[in-house]
Ligand binder design. Structure first.
Ligand SMILES: Nc1ncnc2[nH]cnc12
Length: 591
């Protein structure tokens, strides 16, 4: 039966490793004179590390006196294992390659990644090949397979059927299924979800939950159904609830949910056993990465009162143990993969030097050489195609037979509230005057990329002055269009299509106020993370000037068509109420 492995070992590699451990053969690399953070015993120890190939052969007092190995003088430095991100979404405008190079330079040497954008954008066979190509990098990119599309898209549900998912589950690079956002369907007996989760368990892979806001009673049901970890606790009580029910508890501090200050000061005095706690950045938008990645989590947790050694354990040995690979990674000991960091001191988690697989890969935050990964042209996520007809502003008109309409009110970057508003209509049933006579309403539409259907509605509290915004970056992988001026909305969408996908904002005269090409499937950019940091700051600035009242708008664009968040979402079948799974207003065919 399969279980997770990081790299596997050949007979020849084993022979070299054991010979070097015995002191009979030379190591390839030595880290000498440093203070090693021993995450197993929770102590700092003066010790040297000998590395052969991509593994550690020896930890201890033995001093290297040979001439062949590369010797790294770690005198005065703290030596730690590479960091592990157990729950990543490597596609928040950046693509998985750009993500990998950025976080590796900051000391994260293993990331377990969501496959959602890939599975929605590619054929299954291509997804498996992409995993194989990413596995050639010195940073280990492992994967978590979704059981549901996280959006109400009946036409895409087949991508989550038992046959394709169970095939992909056999990949050695897949370590988990989840996060199970549509957990309600799962516990209510959705067959594909049930079979896929059971198949994962049968081969010792994990099942990650997404139990936002659930009660003790519901959490019991989810644990009985098989969830093994969850990262949705937003306060100490919710974190303790998970620990007490035997769920690995992943503490989150992301761009959208910067929760450490709300969790840690209260949680720290109460936890007696940290061995089943992990930490995650949970897919931050580019700006966050300016402050670091897992290194930032460690620093922040220590600032908020966590014992420093515990903070390191939460991002090294704990996630390695959770995924069942602690014999291979997550600590500095013989036989482990040589992912080693040199820090100036324990309170400075951003590494001066990063060693991955036994080779120096980064110094002072910069990669020593460019990573070689798959080319996007080969991966099968081409730029957005132009529709074969021009975008018609009338597509954004809302028609109803009722006297009221379910408006989405944006309560914060992620959550919408259902506000039923009275509407006036013309003889054809078209809603008139609602946006024009309001200060803070916009039209909002999810439009199928080929122009086959449109889901129309109104959104409140998004902007007071936005003429037109269009984005091919959405949870549904269709086009999102928002604005107070339908011709400007159409112009923004035309421009998105001209640039191969991305995010565009235009004014009433259709001048482009903001433009970000996202040419990888219309969902991810090929720009560097630094370029995306500047561009996403500009997006925030432009939207703010147009009266957008929230932070992290990139997440708003992503999540307006995701069905895992309260209350109303855009979907292929219409405006959809997450809790009741009701269609509040149907979508309209344009063919
Ligand atoms: N559920 C989710 N799906 C996609 N990206 C995310 N980032 C954080 N949570 C996410």
């Amino acid at each position: 039966m399969a279980a997770n492995t990081v790299r596997g070992i050949t007979e020849q590699e084993w022979g070299r490793l054991v010979a070097c451990a015995k002191g009979k053969t030379e190591p390839d690399l030595v880290v000498q004179g440093g203070t090693v953070l021993n995450v197993y015993s929770g102590e700092l120890m003066e010790a040297n590390l000998w590395v052969v190939g991509n593994r550690i052969a020896y930890l201890g007092p033995r001093v290297y006196e040979g001439t062949q190995a590369q010797v790294i003088d770690a005198t005065g430095k703290v030596v730690t294992p590479g960091y592990i991100e157990p729950h990543a979404h490597p596609f928040q405008l950046y693509n998985p390659m750009r993500y990998a190079e950025t976080i590796l330079a900051r000391g994260t040497t293993l990331s377990v990644n969501d496959n959602l954008m890939l599975v929605l954008g590619m054929e299954f066979g291509q997804v498996g090949r992409f995993f194989e190509q990413m596995a050639q990098l010195p940073i280990k990119m492992m994967w978590s397979l979704r059981l549901d599309p996280q959006a109400h898209l009946p036409e895409k549900k087949h991508k989550f059927d038992h046959l394709p998912v169970s095939r992909l589950l056999k990949s050695p690079y897949v370590w988990q299924v989840g996060e199970v956002t549509d957990w309600k369907s799962w516990i209510d007996g959705d067959e594909a979800m049930r079979d896929n989760a059971l198949s994962a368990r049968a081969i010792h892979k994990r099942v990650e939950g997404h139990a936002a806001g659930v009660s003790w009673e519901t959490l019991n049901v989810l644990v009985a159904a098989g969830i093994t970890a969850d990262h949705e606790a937003i306060n100490a009580e919710e974190a303790l609830r998970r620990l007490r029910l035997g769920v690995w508890t992943t503490l989150r501090h992301s761009s959208l949910r910067p929760d450490f200050p709300a969790i840690l000061p209260e949680l720290i005095p109460q936890v007696k056993n940290w061995s089943r706690v992990m930490m995650t950045t949970d897919g931050p938008t580019p700006e966050y990465l300016q402050n670091g990645y897992t290194d930032f989590l460690i620093r922040h947790a220590i600032e908020l009162g966590m014992d420093p050694i515990t903070a390191y354990q939460l991002v090294t040995i704990n996630p390695a143990t959770y995924y069942g690979v602690d014999g291979e990674i997550g600590g500095l000991a013989p036989g482990r993969i040589a992912d080693i960091l040199l820090l100036s001191n324990l309170l400075e988690p951003t590494p001066e030097l990063v060693i991955a697989e036994g080779r120096i890969v980064a110094k002072d935050g910069e990669l020593v050489e460019q990573l070689k990964g798959p080319t996007w042209a080969d991966v099968g996520m081409p730029p957005v195609h132009k529709m074969d007809v021009p975008v018609d502003p009338a597509w954004f008109d809302v028609y109803t037979e009722a006297d009221t309409f379910p408006v989405m009110r944006l309560a914060n970057p992620a959550i919408t509230r259902h506000v039923e508003m009275p509407v006036e209509k013309d003889a054809s049933g078209r809603v008139v005057g609602l946006v024009e006579n309001s200060e803070d309403l916009c039209y909002v539409s999810l439009l199928q990329r080929g122009g086959a259907w449109v889901c129309n509605g109104f959104i409140q509290n998004f902007s007071t002055q936005l003429a037109g915004l269009a984005s091919s970056y959405t949870g549904a992988r269709e086009h999102l269009v928002i604005g107070r001026d339908k011709t400007a909305m159409a112009a923004a969408l035309e421009r998105v299509q001209e640039i191969g996908g991305g995010i565009v904002i235009v004014d009433e005269q259709h001048n482009v106020l903001y433009e970000l090409p996202l040419v990888i499937g219309g969902a991810m950019g090929d720009q560097t993370v630094e370029e995306l940091v500047q561009s996403s700051k500009e997006l925030v600035r432009v939207l703010k000037a147009l009266g957008h009242p929230h932070y992290d708008p990139v997440y708003t664009l992503l999540f307006l068509s995701s069905a895992h968040l309260p209350e109303v979402r855009l979907s292929s079948v219409g405006l959809f109420e997450m809790k009741t799974k009701r269609v509040l207003h149907p979508s309209r065919s344009l063919r």
